[in-house]
Design a protein around this ligand. Structure first.
Ligand code: S3P
Length: 174
């Protein structure tokens, strides 16, 4: 059994970085519950993310996202959280992430575009997905970097390889 930090693990990074799948793998390996914030928001609201963007605008969705993060962190249960890509745009979320083991799954724009450039479930990627991904990466990179206690470059790696790298680095931090 791997020795792990007691703190909650939060995966951040752009849409398409692999947060949800890697979170599941980490949860299995560490025997921790996995919270996918987007899915929790969908369950609690009874709406898809796309519907929420339409009904409440991006600001409404962001407020739900931060509230969801706060709720999870308040439990102090050592969960693995998969955050939505835009969580770090909220100052309150960034402040809350300070108390977590925050892992940035970093990918080049080329990787992200190849993975989610044709996604239909992500409202922000409806028009000009490639241009939007490039812009969001530029806007958010510094926030991801500031929040992260660990950075994993995921280009060319599958989710199992990414999870294995994380587990290794959690066990042998340097
Ligand atoms: C978003 C990322 C999505 C989802 C929403 C907005 C973003 O989550 O929260 O569509 O702003 O980057 P994933 O990163 O899991 O795709």
């Amino acid at each position: 059994m791997t020795s792990m930090p007691a703190s909650q693990i939060v995966l951040v990074g752009m849409m398409g970085a692999g947060k949800s799948t890697v979170a599941k793998l980490l949860g299995n390996a560490l025997e921790r519950r996995v919270i996918d914030l987007d899915r929790e928001i969908e369950k609690a609201s009874g709406h898809s993310i796309s519907e929420l963007f339409e009904l409440e605008g991006e600001a409404g969705f962001r407020a739900r996202e931060v509230e969801g993060l706060h709720e999870v962190l308040a439990t102090e249960e050592p969960v693995v959280v998969a955050a939505g890509g835009g969580l770090v745009t909220s100052e309150a979320a960034r402040a809350a992430l300070v108390n977590t083991t925050c892992i940035w799954l970093r990918a080049t724009t080329a990787t992200l575009i190849a993975r989610v450039g044709e996604s239909t479930s992500r409202p922000l990627l409806r028009t000009d997905p490639a241009g939007t991904i490039e812009r969001l990466v530029q806007e958010r990179a510094q926030w991801y970097e500031d929040a992260a206690t660990m950075v994993i470059d995921v280009d060319g790696l599958n989710s199992k390889q990414v999870a294995a790298m994380i587990l290794d680095r959690l066990e042998y931090p340097c």
